[in-house]
Design a protein around this ligand. Structure first.
Ligand SMILES: Cc1cc2nc3c(=O)[nH]c(=O)nc-3n(C[C@H](O)[C@H](O)[C@H](O)COP(=O)(O)OP(=O)(O)OC[C@H]3O[C@@H](n4cnc5c(N)ncnc54)[C@H](O)[C@@H]3O)c2cc1C
Length: 815
């Protein structure tokens, strides 16, 4: 029998479910029931290799999860009496080619900033620590003495015991068969032993999570795939305390197991398993290994520790693990159903992040919002179509292999492409666009010149073959006129008698003013941190147009919908109904004047205004606004007339030197102007003031807004000690991408959240969140010596609170 009710029902007794239950109970929410269909760990957890590694991620959230997990596993036995098997024997990551060496130097600097004790060591030192490894081709090792391994079953049992000791109920042999709902929210869980009414459900069902979600109308696009390791017979001379050795260049990792070697594999092309449906009764299961497919990878990996090919094979183990479309976990409250949380899709690092994942989810539920940046893992970043079988089967082939690739900037996903296309896609192909995937859309990144194939010749950390093409697009936007297809942006029409009132209450800025005006605003939570960054255009008293970035598509929509209450206001997603072509640059006014009868003069069509205009046979919403810092206009065109309008622009554009520009140019242009990009340089942990967006907050508007009190309190508390600053390298040579550590007088004070190359400013430019024990103001910036560490070298930098490009907005006014 199951209890009639519980506050939270956690579904799934793998490491994630156990960790969520443990952390809820730890936070005092002890009225928790964990349901496990079979026995604890019977899904994927029982057969994990148990690597416990804190090195390797350029995400602050992931690194925090890893560090917390390791610390938790180290102390859990004292609390629960059950050991976790944590053995801090060390971990070494090998770099055997220059691209990987550069990547790991970048990662090491960032990880050190996050508190990971990582050391770059020589090939000789690798040999000393792991004498059976071949090291003749090793350029360096990255060694973390405190990392190592755990026993995944023991960790899970210890977490489950800890949860139970604090009052949680754990029920094995009890499957959830459905979720009970009312008015879009969870009210209970149906199980094989009866119904449990509850306030919250957490779906931690591992590779079953997708099909369980489907029953409740929640899309969780994860897919199981084969995952391998090989265990050898005992190996003479193999030390039990040797560190774990990982060599992504050879597809393998190595550690001691029962006197023999464990050789784990991440093959570059992998195999999805059970695309239709994971069997309900698959427990403690193994899959028949595909020797033929895996042989080349195995051979390459064995060459790193040659003795592995000489001793006998005890087991070639294959088990399923879930992977997600972008290799980030699927976490958070489902947009489809209130109080339905998900924590699944762990992409082969569920053990080493499991402790932290449970803590994040538990805090999210208890506090009502997460305390770490979740923009890259939130379930609502994903789209329902990604749950389609063909999409999953196609994308999963690429996912597991991504783990061990060198993560060069600009790498485009190769699978499941062409899923979403702008109406002018074919025209951009004809213009030699190089496309990359943007939330599933094919988006033009840059354009090759006539006669040149739009292809990346060689990925690298330096200037790639398209660097010069990008540069000329950048200059065309600054000096002439460009057209940029941004049809992937999220667009909504919000209508109704109360639309203005609701939008004004959800927005930190005043958005319900004069009709025909576009307003830049943030949507905040009650804590004053940012949920969305977008524009609201008021058409008339009961009709508004909201535009947000592609990744915020479902988040912004859900956020608004959930704030509507009983108001007479309705949100319609019109993303695919309109193409978006941006015409930007000092000559944009001339070009638009040539294709339309409308007067674009500043006096009649000023900055931040919007109106419907004629272009050829089409009626187009034209908004005078810019995201790249020049005079410019955004055109929202009914999808069926997009090609027509595009043709008119291109035809007329010849006389004005119109160039096509891609997203690379957008990023360098907007970064010079220090325009923010949600999910890249600002996120849900930043207050609107820290993000430097106080100018867009109407603190005194009548009726207030969500998050107002928190913003007012932070303002009253005095000068900020944490602020986003723009960073420009003085040396024009080095490139920044993300996560480069920023120092003031030699002391690390932050890292670059995102970066690009400022062709106008003359160097790499980025935005960094700086945290200091003192006010971060102009004198703090001016009185320090600033450097940025790029791949092990520190470069002098200029830092600024105001945009380094056109701080007075003279260019935008264009008058
Ligand atoms: C070969 C291999 C090696 C790995 N090595 C490592 C490693 O070294 N380090 C690392 O960090 N990670 C590793 N992983 C990944 C790690 O094992 C997973 O990320 C992790 O176990 C996922 O945990 P989970 O709780 O999400 O899923 P699971 O362990 O699968 O737990 C889900 C649970 O939900 C239960 N369930 C499903 N449906 C229902 C239902 N309807 N009702 C009730 N219960 C239900 C299942 O029975 C199952 O027990 C490895 C994976 C593989 C396959």
């Amino acid at each position: 029998m199951v209890p009639d009710r519980a506050r939270v029902v956690v579904i799934g007794g793998g490491i994630i479910g156990a960790s969520v239950a443990y952390h809820l109970a730890e936070l005092g929410w002890t009225d928790v029931v964990l349901l496990e269909r079979d026995k604890l760990t019977s899904g994927t957890t029982w057969h994990a290799a148990g690597l416990m590694v804190t090195f390797g991620s350029l995400s602050e959230t992931s690194t925090r999860l890893r560090r917390y997990s390791r610390d938790l596993y180290a102390r859990l036995e004292a609390e629960t009496g059950l050991a976790t098997g944590l053995k801090q024997c060390g971990f070494i990551e090998l770099a055997t080619e220059p691209g990987r060496l550069e990547e790991y130097r970048r990662v090491a600097a960032f990880n050190r900033y996050c508190g990971v004790d990582v050391h770059e060591i020589s090939a000789g030192e690798v040999k000393e620590l792991f004498p059976l490894a071949r090291t003749d081709d090793v350029l360096a090792g990255f060694y973390v003495p405190d990392d190592g391994r755990v026993n995944p079953v023991d960790v899970t049992m210890s977490l489950a015991r800890g949860a139970r000791m604090r009052g949680a109920t754990i029920l094995e042999n009890t499957a959830a068969t459905g979720v009970l709902t009312r008015r879009g929210a969870v009210t209970g869980v149906r199980t094989t032993a009866g119904d449990i009414s509850c306030e919250y459900v957490v779906n931690c069902a591992g590779m079953w999570a997708r099909q369980l979600g489907e029953q409740a109308g929640v899309s969780i696009p994860l897919q199981a795939a084969e995952h391998y390791y090989l265990l050898t017979e005992p190996v003479e001379g193999l030390g039990r305390d040797w560190p774990v050795l990982e060599d992504p260049g050879s597809y393998g990792y190595f550690r001691e197991e029962s006197g023999g070697l464990m050789l784990g594999l991440f093959e570059s092309v992998c195999a999805p398993w059970q695309v239709d449906r994971v069997p309900d009764d698959f427990s403690f299961g193994t899959l028949p290994p595909d020797w033929d497919r895996m042989a080349p990878y195995l051979e390459k990996a064995m060459a790193r520790v040659p003795v592995s090919a000489e001793v006998g094979v005890r087991t070639f183990f294959c088990g399923p693990e879930s992977f997600t479309p972008d290799l980030a976990p699927i976490v958070g409250e489902a947009p489809e159903l209130r109080r339905y949380f998900v924590a699944a899709g762990l992409n082969s690092i569920g053990i080493l992040t499991g402790g932290g994942m449970g803590q994040v989810v538990a805090r999210w539920i208890v506090d009502g919002r997460p305390d770490v940046d979740v923009s890259a893992m939130h379930i609502d970043r994903l789209q329902p179509y990604q749950s389609n079988p063909e999409y999953r089967a196609s994308r999963t082939v690429e996912s597991l292999g991504l783990v061990y690739e060198t993560h060069y900037p600009g790498r485009a996903m190769r699978t499941a492409r062409m899923a979403r296309r702008s109406p002018v896609h074919d025209r951009l192909v004809a213009e030699r666009a190089y496309f990359r995937e943007v939330s599933g859309w094919e988006a033009a990144d840059w354009y090759a010149p006539p006669g040149v194939e739009p292809a990346v010749e060689r990925l690298s950390w330096g200037r790639q073959n398209w660097f010069g093409y990008w540069e000329s697009e950048h200059h065309a936007a600054r000096e002439g006129v460009i057209v940029m297809d941004m049809s992937f942006m999220s667009k909504y029409v919000v209508q109704g008698r109360d639309a203005g009132r609701v939008l004004d209450y959800v927005s930190a800025n005043r958005v319900d003013g004069e009709p025909g005006v576009i307003t830049y605003t943030q949507w905040l939570n009650e804590g004053g941190t940012i949920e969305a960054d977008l524009t609201v255009t008021k058409f008339d008293e009961d009709r508004f147009f909201v535009v947000a970035t592609d990744t915020a598509h479902r988040h912004a929509q859900t956020w608004l919908r959930r704030h509507l209450g009983d108001a007479h206001a309705f949100v319609t997603d019109v993303t695919t109904g309109y193409a978006q072509l941006n015409v930007q640059g000092p000559r944009s006014r001339e070009l638009l004047s040539a294709v339309s009868t409308v007067d674009f003069a500043d006096a009649v069509f000023p900055y931040r205004t919007a109106r419907h205009i004629d272009i050829g046979f089409a009626r187009v919403l034209c908004v005078r606004i810019t995201y790249l810092g020049e005079l410019g206009y955004e055109l929202y065109i009914p999808a069926d007339q997009a090609v027509h309008v595009y043709e008119r622009l291109v035809e007329a554009g010849t006389a004005y030197g119109l160039r096509h520009a891609g997203l690379k140019a957008l990023s360098s242009l907007r970064m010079e102007k220090a325009y923010r990009d949600y999910g890249h340089d600002i996120d849900n942990t930043d207050s609107v003031l820290e993000a430097g967006l106080g100018f867009a907050v109407a603190l005194d508007k009548p009726g207030g807004f969500v998050g107002r009190d928190a913003v007012a309190a932070q303002k009253a508390a005095g000068p900020l000690r944490r602020r986003l600053v723009q960073v420009l390298l003085r040396d024009p040579e080095p490139l920044m991408f993300h996560a480069e550590v920023v120092r003031r007088d030699g002391q690390p004070v932050g890292y670059v959240r995102s970066a690009s190359y400022g062709f106008t400013l003359g160097g790499a430019v980025g935005l960094a969140m700086v945290e200091a024990g003192e006010p971060v103001d102009q004198s703090y910036l001016d009185s320090g010596e600033w450097t940025v560490e790029v791949a092990g070298t520190r470069y002098p930098a200029t830092v600024s609170l105001r945009p380094l490009y056109d701080p007075t907005n003279a260019r935008i006014r264009g008058s």
